[in-house]
Design a protein around this ligand. Structure first.
Ligand SMILES: *Cc1c(COP(=O)(O)O)cnc(C)c1O
Length: 396
């Protein structure tokens, strides 16, 4: 089996050939100057993708989950309180990690399909006169439900309450694909991984710290060793790591961030919006609904699609894999069996998206759902042929 089909899971995403090659390096000495020429441009590239002038970017051999752990263990102290909304599997997992670290979590229960309720956050933060809350945790793009939250609104809520808590943002499935303003939103820590918007294999946990977060890491902190950014700071100052870095992936990250910046971040975001609009047009043509409650919440990187009552959505994912060797995302947690997901982020073209929509139609028709073959494809074609062509991915 050659696996020539693109994947339609919301990470890991399809890898451009140029990035596969960039990761494929002979062994080099990670204490040599050769490594410095990989490390520093990779960190700088991520900082620019985040739209930050001076964030400290840390790149761990890990994944996005390690980025979460980096955020909380470096800045919070035992027993500290944090504030988070629970509106999907990823926000839930971050909350769980905080609880396992014995942090106190104020959880705002939010329907799955809704975004972060910034107004509730403002009330809670305004009521927290003693500033017990040390950090606000926000999942920018809830990959389980295909919901994008408004981080600018979360920041406005914090400012309106005059609250000094740190703002931590999970941007694992948004950074590099949807607008993200590290400085503009006054984000204190942004977290992502290598295998989503950066189009690389999994293996890097990425965390960017503001000056305020760096200061918190000096005065606070939970037990930490592997993810201790103080060791990382010392390592970077000497062009190295406190342990053995994932050199090939770091080179991939240098090239990937260069590709995104060469395409132009606004063009990258517009390409994602356009491809997502085609997918959404298909979903509506099928007579189906998104899990996201309103258009303002629609994610441009993943669509979670509700299947009819009584139909197990997991069958779509299984049949697609077994019959057509094509990968869609399953429903997670509360929406398991109720939705299937089409990931549409990273290295993707109109034509690739059309193939995924066509495959989804075959799968649903095979399983007896009332789908007219070609209806979703036609709706997406109409979007793709009548809107501006995206720039091609930067020359490989
Ligand atoms: C994928 C994802 C994660 C988990 O990242 P890993 O790299 O798998 O550890 C966390 N948050 C969101 C929003 C994600 O999409």
């Amino acid at each position: 089996m050659h696996h020539q089909n693109p994947v339609f899971i919301p990470g890991p995403t399809n890898m451009p050939e140029s990035l596969r090659r960039a990761c494929d390096l002979p062994t080099i000495d990670h204490r040599s100057s050769l490594f410095a020429d990989i490390l520093h441009p990779a960190r700088d590239g991520v900082r620019r993708v985040l739209k930050s002038a001076d964030a400290e970017v840390f790149l761990f051999p890990s994944t996005g989950t390690g980025g979460w752990e980096t955020a909380i263990t470096n800045t919070l102290s035992p027993g500290d309180t944090v504030l988070a909304a629970r509106n999907g599997m990823f926000s839930q997992k971050w909350i769980d990690m905080c609880q396992r670290h014995k942090l106190e979590v104020i959880i705002v229960e939010t329907p799955w399909g809704e975004g972060i309720p910034a107004d509730r956050f403002e009330e809670i933060l305004t009521g927290d006169k003693g500033h017990a809350i040390k950090a606000v945790l926000a999942t920018h793009n809830e990959t389980a439900t295909g919901v994008r939250s408004d981080i600018a609104a979360v920041r406005r809520a914090m400012d309106a309450a005059g609250h000094p808590a740190l703002l931590f943002v999970d941007g694992v499935s948004s950074i590099g694909s949807m607008p993200f303003e590290f400085d503009g939103w006054k984000v204190d820590i942004a977290v992502t991984g290598s295998q989503k918007g950066f189009m690389l294999p999994a293996g890097l946990g990425i965390a960017a710290f503001s000056k305020k977060a760096m200061a918190a890491a000096e005065t606070g902190g939970l037990p930490r060793t592997y993810f201790d950014i103080r060791d990382m700071v010392k390592g970077y100052a000497a062009n190295g790591y406190p342990y053995t870095p994932a050199v090939g992936l770091l080179n991939g990250l240098k090239v990937a961030s260069g590709m995104l910046l060469a395409e132009g971040l606004d063009n990258v975001f517009a390409r994602h919006t356009r491809i997502a609009e085609g997918v959404r047009a298909a979903v509506h043509a099928w007579g189906m609904e998104l899990c996201a409650a309103r258009p303002a919440l629609y994610s441009d990187t993943v669509s979670a699609i509700r299947t009819p009552e009584g139909f197990d959505a997991a069958r779509i994912v299984k049949h697609a894999s077994q019959r057509y060797d094509i990968a869609f995302g399953a429903g997670l947690g509360q929406v398991a069996g109720k939705v299937f997901r089409i990931g549409h982020l990273g290295s993707l073209t109109d034509v690739m998206a059309l193939s995924g929509i066509a495959a989804a139609e075959m799968v649903m028709a095979d399983l007896g759902l009332k789908i007219r073959l070609g209806s979703g494809v036609a709706a997406a074609q109409e979007i793709y042929r009548t809107t501006a062509q995206p720039l091609a991915l930067a020359a490989e």
